[in-house]
Write a protein that binds this ligand. Structure first.
Ligand code: AMP
Length: 279
C-alpha cells in the first residue's frame, strides 16, 4: 500500500520512525502526470533504498509561464495507482499552502550553472527548482534523491546546491527513458496533437545526426546549424537553444567525446520540448 501524506509534519514523523530503525530513505521529486521515465526513477530508488517516497508537487515558483502552469497535466488517482504497482511506500503530495505558507520569504538561487539555456529562456525557473528541491530535502530528510538526466541542467543545478549547502543527500542521476521512436518521455507530451506527436521524434533524430557528425570530425558550428535546420524543416516552430557544452560545468565546448553534451529546447506548437545526449 502506498500511503498518501499531505503534511510535512506527518511525513517527518513517518521518516523519523524509519530512520530510528536504521533505514535509508530514497526520494523521487516529481510534478506528477507520471510516465515510465518517472517510474524508472522510482524503481532505481526502490533498488537503492529501504523506503521510497515519491513527491508530487506542481511547483508554481518554477513556472515562468502562467499558461504552462495552468495547462500542466494533473491526475493524482492514476499516479497513485502506478506508484502502488511499483511498491512505493509514500506519495507525498502537499498543497501549495503547505509548501509556501503565508509569510514564505526565502529563495534559493544557484548562480552560474543556472544562467544559460533553460535559465536564459525561462527566467526564474531554476530559482523555483532550487527552492522547492531544498524544501523537499528538508521535508523528506531523505538520504538519497533520484533525478532524471532528461533534465540535465536541472541535475547539475541540484548537485551544485547540495554541495554548496552541505545537504546530506546523495544525488543519483538516472538515464533518460524514451518512446520507441526516440522521443524523450515527458508529462508535456500528452499536450501534443497527433500531427505534432508524429513530428516530435525529429528532435532526437537531428541531435543524433549532429552528434555523429561532430564525432566524425565535422565542425561543431556547421553540425549544429544543420541540426537546427532539420528540426525546423520537420515542423518545429523555434529552436530556443541547441548547444554543445561541458556536461558538468555547462560551459560551451566544441569537441566530441566526454564530457561533451548536446542540449536542446524547441517549441512544437505550444509545447516546449527539451532533450540532451552525450556526444
Ligand atoms: P518532472 O515531473 O517533469 O518534474 O520530472 C520529475 C523527475 O523525473 C525529474 O528528475 C526528471 O528529470 C525525471 N524525468 C522526467 N522525464 C524523464 C525521462 N523521460 N526519463 C528519465 N527521467 C525523467
Amino acid at each position: 500500500m502506498t500511503e498518501v501524506i499531505r503534511s510535512a509534519a506527518a511525513l517527518r514523523e513517518k521518516v523519523a520512525a524509519w530512520k530510528r530503525s536504521g533505514m535509508l530513505v530514497g526520494v523521487v521529486p516529481t510534478m506528477g502526470a507520471l510516465h515510465d521515465g518517472h517510474l524508472s526513477l522510482a524503481r532505481a530508488a526502490r533498488a537503492q533504498s529501504d523506503r521510497v517516497i515519491v513527491t508530487i508537487f506542481v511547483n508554481p515558483m518554477q513556472f515562468n509561464n502562467p499558461e504552462d502552469l495552468k495547462k500542466y497535466p494533473r491526475d493524482e488517482t492514476r499516479d497513485l495507482a502506478l506508484l502502488e504497482a511499483d511498491g512505493v511506500d509514500v506519495l507525498f503530495a502537499p498543497g501549495p499552502d503547505e509548501v509556501y505558507p503565508e509569510g514564505f520569504a526565502t529563495k534559493v538561487s544557484v548562480a552560474g550553472i543556472s544562467a544559460p539555456m533553460e535559465g536564459a529562456f525561462r527566467p526564474g525557473h531554476f530559482d523555483g527548482v532550487a527552492t522547492v528541491v531544498s524544501k523537499l530535502f528538508g521535508m523528506t530528510q531523505a538520504g538519497r534523491a533520484f533525478f532524471g538526466e532528461k533534465d540535465w541542467q536541472q541535475l547539475q543545478v541540484v548537485r551544485r546546491l547540495v554541495t554548496d549547502l552541505n545537504i546530506p543527500v546523495d544525488v543519483i542521476g538516472c538515464p533518460t527513458i524514451r518512446e520507441d521512436d526516440g522521443l524523450a518521455m515527458s508529462s508535456r507530451n500528452v499536450r501534443l496533437s497527433d500531427a505534432e506527436r508524429a513530428v516530435a521524434p525529429a528532435l532526437h533524430r537531428a541531435m543524433q545526426a549532429a552528434a555523429e557528425a561532430i564525432r566524425g570530425g565535422a565542425p561543431t558550428g556547421a553540425a549544429l546549424a544543420d541540426a537546427r535546420a532539420a528540426i525546423l524543416a520537420a515542423g518545429f516552430g523555434a529552436v530556443e537553444y541547441l548547444d554543445l557544452r561541458h556536461a558538468g560545468t555547462l560551459e560551451p565546448i566544441d569537441r566530441a567525446g566526454p564530457p561533451a553534451r548536446l542540449l536542446v529546447a524547441a517549441m512544437l506548437g505550444e509545447v516546449r520540448l527539451i532533450d540532451n545526449i552525450a556526444v
